[in-house]
Design a protein around this ligand. Structure first.
Ligand SMILES: [Zn+2]
Length: 385
């Protein structure tokens, strides 16, 4: 039997198509031999995974550290975490928290940035991945290994509790928020940062992202949990955060006078239609890439990020032809491929670069290779947005 919608309790679902008929992929790059099988609520438009596809906690305990081990991850993510911290700082201002909790803090990269913005606050984190929590703790950060659910009883109260890209991973979002509410000081706030699913995007392509939240869903969920004060904020104009949203939740009405941004409108029928189209476009991508690759010559995948995880899982015929991945200025490994610095310039006539990057930036990136007379394949016109 199908589950009820976590947001509106409806049982009326639209079964979304799958990007592959054989597998799916996680945000840490692991290929999963099960289908996404996501469902979209016909009543409120919320997207959730089928209950039997909820992965076990062991995934985060044992397999999530690879996300942080992507080639050059720290270099590329450093400015992103700084922007995330600044975004939150501005959203909760003039609040001056003395105690802060980062839920799902990973290796503590954002904790460090948040600590710089709130130098008088004591900051701690909880993190289910044993390896990540240990690495963060070894760098002097106060991190408890475990899920929020398992750690809550031993935690003190906080003025600010935040999570970044965690809500969409949890099995019971309502409980997750309720626990945070119970850990707040009287005037404290919870801040949630997560993908905004108002427009279909890659956030729905991952097996471990169990839910897709548009602003309206965040608002309804917060109200269900009894938060009376809320403020939704659109993302800063930073490429890596454009598909994200932030919501500040307070326990009591009137305690804060926070600004609101206007959330994108959300039309359920239209969102279902666009989402189906989006997934269908991913289903066509493998054939498209293979049709563009010239006979002879080597195939290089440019990039080693989550977009390349998607190509590896959802475009297996293309991926099997990839000789190596290229990244500017870095070498290492990306899943089953070697990564070499692009600057090495190993190209020969007949070789081709396929962009393994966010479609949004492919037009710009493509120009760079075209100017150098390197054959390059972009696919942003295939992926519907
Ligand atoms: Zn619903």
């Amino acid at each position: 039997m199908l589950a009820s919608c976590l947001i509106c309790d409806s049982h009326s679902w639209h079964s979304l198509p799958n990007p592959s008929d054989t597998c799916s992929v996680t945000t840490s790059g692991h290929k999963v031999g099960r289908l996404l099988n996501k469902l979209q609520c016909r009543h409120c438009g919320f997207v959730q995974i089928q209950p039997e596809n909820m992965s076990s906690e062991n995934f985060y305990k044992e397999e999530y550290s690879t996300y942080y081990e992507r080639v050059a991850a720290k270099t590329f993510d450093d400015p992103r975490y700084r922007h995330l911290a600044q975004w939150m700082f501005e959203a909760v201002s003039p609040l001056k928290p003395h105690s802060i909790l980062d839920v799902g803090c990973g290796r503590g990269w954002e904790m460090e940035k948040v600590g710089q913005l709130f130098p008088d606050a004591e900051i701690m984190g909880v993190e289910p991945s044993l390896q990540n929590s240990r690495i963060g703790a070894d760098r002097g950060l106060k991190i408890i290994a475990g899920t929020l659910e398992a750690s809550a009883a031993s935690l003190p109260k906080f003025d600010l509790i935040y999570s970044t890209n965690v809500l969409q991973h949890v099995q019971a979002p309502k409980d997750f928020l309720a626990i945070q509410k119970s850990l707040l000081n009287e005037d404290g706030v919870v801040v949630i940062k997560c993908p905004d699913s108002s427009r279909p995007g890659n956030e729905m392509l991952y097996y471990d992202q169990k839910c897709s939240f548009a602003p309206v869903h965040l608002k309804l969920l917060a109200q269900k949990v009894g938060f009376e004060n809320l403020s939704w904020r659109k993302p800063p104009a930073t490429d890596s955060l454009l598909d994200k949203q932030l919501i500040v939740l307070g326990r009591n009405k009137g305690l804060l006078n926070l600004p609101f941004d206007i959330a994108p409108t959300f039309d359920v029928e239209e969102n279902i239609r666009l989402r189906v189209k989006y997934v269908e476009s991913w289903r066509m991508l493998d054939d498209y890439l293979c049709s563009q690759i010239p006979i002879g010559g080597k195939v290089y995948n440019f990039g080693a990020s989550m977009w390349s995880y998607n190509l590896r899982a959802y475009c297996p015929q293309y991926w099997s032809q990839v000789e190596r991945c290229l990244v500017d200025g870095f070498e290492g490994r990306f899943m089953d491929k070697e990564v070499i610095p692009f600057d090495l310039g190993l190209f020969e006539p007949g070789d081709v670069i396929v962009l393994g990057t966010n479609p949004e930036g492919q037009d710009n990136l493509k120009k760079r290779f075209v100017e150098d007379n390197i054959r390059v394949i972009a696919w942003n016109h295939i992926i519907s947005s």
